[in-house]
Write a new protein. Structure first.
Length: 362
């Protein structure tokens, strides 16, 4: 099965609702089990949750889910029998598998037919691990994780651009607005610095970089329009209604209009206005396709999605994991420009190799 469309809306909604409960519990159990790998009670509860997901998927006729859960159960069975140690690689692989499942379910909720090629590849590689000798499982699991995150070779970085006093003053103003938005919730801690660091590094790693000053302004201003919306809307955890989505779709325009009224920030305004467009044409506000979206917006879309994953982890009181977030971003292949995804992966790999830590992210 390479593509899937929802067959039964009611049963799909039931499964989605249950998964929203199971996923954070599994994530927290995996983290706890990593600290206490001999805890038989936690392992049993973890296996029970996976088994429940498999059963629910069968009842709801979501046949593509069952092989993934079955592969996870087989790995955990080897751990329970003492034939396989529960290490960091296994923890991260199971976390990534759950993140990928949630992503597919979220995409199906949009009403589109969803490709399952990458998901099925992950399932196949997890299943192969169950036939791998115990001494080789950890190394092979890390290789699977590396393929999921799409790391690419190193590239040279260009020189920074000087700033005028007026530009500095404007950028300081934009940063102040971004920090005001950040202070609206403890979940937003570090978001401005995270976004600026990632965007600048990705831009430096690109072959045809965006004007770094315009990009910096756009990064600071891209969500400022959210402050015109009720806080309970943009901090909402769970499924959004059509009315909610309509309200949220207005926020890029408000931020872009603020920039457009200031001389010299026209490119930043366009980046902000288009950062929720998707290269497949399913984004908003205009439904633009790849060749119509500016390069800065293509990059900012990736940074914004990364931040959304970090926010989701915070809402669930989970550890904010760089590795998991980058894997989830890579799974959204229909949304993002491949060249910018390559730059994003390059930057994250370099951060991991250097031991660099983003603010409030593990």
């Amino acid at each position: 099965m390479d593509r899937y469309r929802i067959e039964d809306e009611e049963s799909f909604s039931d499964f989605q609702y249950a998964l929203d409960d199971y996923a954070p519990r599994i994530a927290n159990l995996l983290a706890a089990l990593r600290q206490s790998p001999q805890d038989a009670g936690m392992l049993a509860e973890l296996m029970r949750l996976f088994h429940t997901i498999k059963g629910d998927a069968g009842l709801c006729r979501l046949g593509f889910v069952e092989p993934m859960v079955h592969a996870a159960e087989d790995l955990l069975s080897r751990v329970r029998s003492g034939g396989l140690p529960f290490d960091g690689a296994l923890e991260q692989l199971l976390l990534l598998a759950m993140d990928r499942l949630e992503l597919v379910i979220s995409e199906l909720d949009s009403g589109r037919e969803v490709p399952l090629t990458d998901f099925n590849r992950l399932v196949a590689e997890m299943s192969q691990l169950n036939d791998t000798a115990p001494a080789l499982v950890e190394a092979q699991a890390w290789l699977v994780i590396k393929r999921l995150t799409g790391f690419l070779p190193q590239q040279p970085l260009p020189v920074a651009v000087p700033r005028s006093p007026q530009v500095d003053a404007d950028l300081q103003y934009f940063r102040t607005l971004a920090l005001q938005f950040e202070q609206r919730s403890l979940l937003f801690q570090g978001r401005t610095e995270r976004n600026l660091l990632l965007a600048a590094a990705c831009n430096e790693a690109s072959v045809q970089p965006i004007d770094p000053l315009q990009l910096e302004a756009a990064v600071c201003m891209h969500d400022v329009g959210m402050m015109f919306l009720p806080e309970e809307l943009w901090l909402k955890h769970g499924k959004l209604s059509d009315a909610d989505r309509l309200q949220l779709a207005a926020h890029p325009g408000w931020g872009a209009d603020m920039l457009a009224r200031m001389r010299g920030w026209e490119e930043a305004a366009r980046i902000v206005r288009e950062h929720h467009e998707r290269i497949d044409g399913t984004g908003y506000p205009a439904g633009k396709r790849a060749d119509m979206i500016c390069e800065g917006a293509k990059l900012l879309a990736i940074i914004d999605t990364f931040e959304a994953v970090i926010l989701k982890h915070g809402q669930r009181r989970q550890v904010r994991s760089l590795l998991r977030a980058v894997a989830e971003v890579n799974a959204c292949e229909s949304q993002f420009d491949p060249a910018w995804i390559a730059c994003f992966n390059l930057v994250v790999r370099d951060m991991i190799e250097r031991g660099f830590v983003l603010p409030h992210v593990r």
